[in-house]
Design a protein around this ligand. Structure first.
Ligand SMILES: Nc1ncnc2c1ncn2[C@@H]1O[C@H](COP(=O)(O)OP(=O)(O)OP(=O)(O)O)[C@@H](O)[C@H]1O
Ligand SMILES: [Mg+2]
Length: 415
């Protein structure tokens, strides 16, 4: 018999049969992702921290994982494209070695001219070898070849022959050289017209072009899929289908409470569902009560995320009628974009307070929140906007703060 922990799995990927996974229907994200894959485009799934990017990608390709053709690079942080190629070759049964090459003199003229066209060679090349046994005999062949550039088409041919699926996750943590090499690699991939080899890109960002250099060469290949916070129907699916599989009854009002306080974060929702389901599971009859949800919420805020809660409490103002620091943090949390401007903060704060707040009143408290004394919970990002001017954006230092403060705002009165 299923238990709550078999169904709800906060912090882990919902990939096993008993885990609840809600198809991502908001803005047809999942459908568009699958379509891009089937057309041989390179889907680039991006969106806020923890919205379910990895879960969606892994859920969709779990058949490939079962077939043993998935190469999942959980994070490209600190990795080079050579490391990624090495992983692909290992999946294909090759033993991989990297060796420093002394200049390009070791290459023949044909290889040299191919490389001149296809981007820079590496200082270290990958040497891949494989032992193959011809069936019915004992003859062993050693197949060996060398990969010397990010645009090696031999590697793509091998991946294509095996129908490999390559996931590159956490692209926002890639080194700049990696991003450049990746663009070259994708260009070569595009020219190879692969029918089976698939590449999937993922990263936390509110803008796709911060993850990959989408230049004209790869523009037509990349299919952006912006995964947004869970909407009500996605969240409802998790609650109702999950509880049903545990034979727990839940009335509409309680279901609505759960879906509204999770503030679009699938991880928070999974946590609250697990806690509440465990309380209801041992009850006769198995029926979820409002109190279970409130207890789950308290548990989450005060114990599970005690660190975030303490940081938040020590940063907000406890006195003063307008409590600007609190309004600013709420505006930062509820603004859909990761990068928030003063104008976003000003207009949301005005809504919360119910009167027009001038930005001069907010700039002091905003600056304070970027000081050590208040965490700092926020920090500046300067980046060029479309007009080429530098404008000032603010982000959370800890990206998990965003959904957490949304949760606090949505559950005011309970916590
Ligand atoms: N479609 C879904 N249905 C049910 N639960 C989900 C779904 N997607 C994600 N979750 C839950 O949310 C958690 C976070 O999801 P996931 O790690 O996939 O997000 P992410 O966007 O990749 O996060 P990060 O920005 O940290 O890479 C998962 O551990 C899982 O419990
Ligand atoms: Mg992820």
């Amino acid at each position: 018999m299923l238990e709550p922990k078999d169904v709800f799995i906060p912090g882990k990927l919902p990939l096993s049969q008993t885990n609840i996974y809600a198809p991502r229907t908001r803005e047809k994200a999942q459908e568009r992702f699958i379509k891009a894959l089937s057309r041989g485009h390179v889907p680039l799934i991006f969106g806020e921290y923890g919205v379910g990017k990895t879960s969606m990608a892994r859920h969709v390709v779990r058949i490939d994982e079962d077939k043993g053709v998935l190469v999942n690079i959980e994070s490209v942080a600190g990795k080079s494209l050579q490391d990624i190629f090495g992983r692909c070759l290992e999946k294909l049964g090759y033993a991989v070695q990297t060796k420093r090459v002394t200049g390009s003199s070791s290459l023949n003229a044909h290889e040299q001219s191919a490389q001149a066209k296809a981007g820079l060679p590496w200082l270290e090349s990958i040497i891949a070898s494989k032992r193959t046994k011809t069936e019915g005999s004992t003859i062993q062949n050693e197949e060996q070849f060398v990969v010397t550039s990010p645009t090696d088409s031999k590697l793509i041919e091998l991946c294509e022959a095996a129908g490999l699926v390559l996931i590159l996750d956490e692209l926002h943590r890639a080194k700049p050289e990696f991003t450049q090499e990746l663009a070259d690699f994708i260009k070569t991939y595009g020219n190879a017209n692969c029918r089976k080899f698939r590449i999937i890109l993922l990263g936390t960002s509110s803008e796709a072009n911060k993850l990959v250099q989408i230049d004209p060469g790869i523009d037509r290949l990349i299919q952006e899929v912006h995964l947004r916070a869970m909407d009500d129907s996605e969240a409802r699916y998790v609650v109702s289908e999950g509880m049903k599989s545990l034979a727990i009854t839940i009335d509409h009002e309680i279901e609505s409470r759960l879906t509204s306080i999770c503030v679009g974060s699938p991880n928070i929702l999974q946590y609250l569902c697990l806690e509440a389901a465990e309380a209801a599971f041992v009850r006769v009859p198995r029926e979820l009560q409002m109190q279970d949800v409130d207890n789950a919420l308290k548990e989450y805020v005060e114990n599970r995320e005690a660190r975030l809660y303490r940081a938040y409490l020590s940063a907000i103002e406890t006195v003063g009628e307008k409590r600007y620091r609190k309004q600013i943090l709420r505006a930062m949390a509820e603004c859909e974009d990761e990068y928030v401007t003063m104008e976003n903060i000003r207009s949301l704060s005005s809504q919360y307070i119910g009167e027009d707040v001038p930005s001069t009143a907010l700039s002091g408290p905003l600056r304070d929140l970027k000081e050590k004394k208040f965490g700092p919970l926020l920090q500046d990002v300067d980046r060029p906007d479309q007009s080429g001017r530098l404008s000032n954006y603010t982000v959370f230092v800890d990206p998990s703060m965003k959904a957490f403060i949304r949760l606090l705002a949505a559950s005011e009165g309970t916590v």
